[in-house]
Design a protein around this ligand. Structure first.
Ligand SMILES: Cc1cc2nc3c(=O)[nH]c(=O)nc-3n(C[C@H](O)[C@H](O)[C@H](O)COP(=O)(O)OP(=O)(O)OC[C@H]3O[C@@H](n4cnc5c(N)ncnc54)[C@H](O)[C@@H]3O)c2cc1C
Length: 295
């Protein structure tokens, strides 16, 4: 099916985009189009106006600056895939990107569009949660930062105002003795997650866990933080029993639904296993254990 008619605007700067968003009635932003275009074609979305941000070159970046890895709104999944910086320093990002959809979708879809879509099955929200990430929302009153935990309200619903766009997603640059990982269970290549877990661990000089971040995919109505598991890990030395306990706590905090891919208890068990694996890889990448601790 073809999309219903809509007005198409192509601003070439963030300020022009914000003016358009402010002046238009219920505008919809288009970035990679990998979620929006199918919704338009199936007429699940029928906006009168679309603000296409693809001509805003200033949003096309992926770099470290001012203590953050900064991901501009036009950085595609493929840019993360091709980045040596990501490969060398951001284990969870490098794990995630080949697991997102297929190469065609990764060539156009963006990380920022993915979090703006607020699909509980989206992988990047969990990665940003694990890294204590935030997004920069730009609107008529300027920029504000929104911690990722405050962005997701409901499936496909965020705390953004209608006249705001996300210009950037960012995470703190890794410190010494930090490691991260993402594990995802899916039926076949290209599928969305049945369950996914991102983990990030920072260790102190003594080899104890100083900070832990764990984000979960597809097991609640939004991407969610496994805060009980994070708390349990604080101050401890990494070992398989500890990671198993954290896995149990993450599973308890998850809230998956039974569907054609598996019942809720099966998915909870998967959260347990994926959490252990992600924590094991994160600890190994931080350089504090030699072998992956996995069940
Ligand atoms: C077959 C298929 C399989 C997929 N598999 C996966 C998967 O395994 N894992 C995964 O994580 N994702 C998956 N995706 C989603 C994919 O990653 C999309 O690229 C992503 O969800 C949307 O990014 P986009 O840049 O294409 O955004 P768009 O489709 O352009 O926009 C999506 C939504 O976000 C809003 N938006 C976009 N940019 C902004 C912005 N800068 N500020 C505010 N709002 C904005 C739009 O208005 C729209 O509501 C899949 C998609 C498809 C079609």
């Amino acid at each position: 099916m073809k999309a219903a008619n809509f007005e198409h605007h192509e601003p070439t700067s963030v300020s022009k985009a914000v003016s358009l968003l402010e002046s238009l009635e219920e505008p919809t932003i288009l970035s990679g189009g990998q979620s929006l275009v199918p919704m338009l074609r199936f007429r699940l979305a029928r906006p009168d106006t679309v603000v296409d941000i693809n001509g805003i070159d200033e949003l096309d970046y992926l770099h470290e600056e001012g203590g953050y890895l900064k991901i501009g709104a036009l950085a595609r999944h493929a840019d993360v895939e091709d980045s040596e910086l990501i490969e060398e320093r951001y284990g969870s990002f490098a794990d995630t990107v080949p697991l997102v959809a297929d190469p065609q979708i990764r060539n156009r879809g963006t990380i920022v569009g993915s979090v703006a879509q607020a699909d509980p099955k989206g992988d990047w929200g969990s990665v940003l949660i694990a890294h204590d990430g935030e997004v920069v929302a730009t609107g008529p009153d300027g920029e504000r930062t929104v911690p990722i935990d405050e962005l997701f309200l409901l499936p496909y619903d965020t705390s953004l105002d209608e006249d705001e766009l996300i210009t950037e997603a960012r995470v703190p640059i890794p410190v010494e003795r930090e490691g991260s990982a993402y594990h995802k269970l899916k039926r076949k290549t290209g599928d969305y997650a049945m369950a996914g877990v991102a983990a990030r661990l920072i260790f102190d000089d003594d080899g104890r866990i100083e900070d832990a971040g764990i984000g979960m995919t597809a097991v609640d109505i939004t991407n969610v933080r496994a805060s009980d598991a994070e708390e349990r890990l604080g101050g401890e030395r990494p070992d398989p029993e500890l990671f198993a306990e954290a896995g149990e706590l993450a599973a308890e905090q998850s809230n998956p639904e039974s569907d054609e891919h598996g019942d809720a208890s099966y998915k909870e068990r998967m959260v347990e296993v994926l959490t252990q694996r992600a924590l094991g890889d994160a600890a190994e990448r931080a350089g504090v254990i030699k072998r992956r601790v996995s069940p």
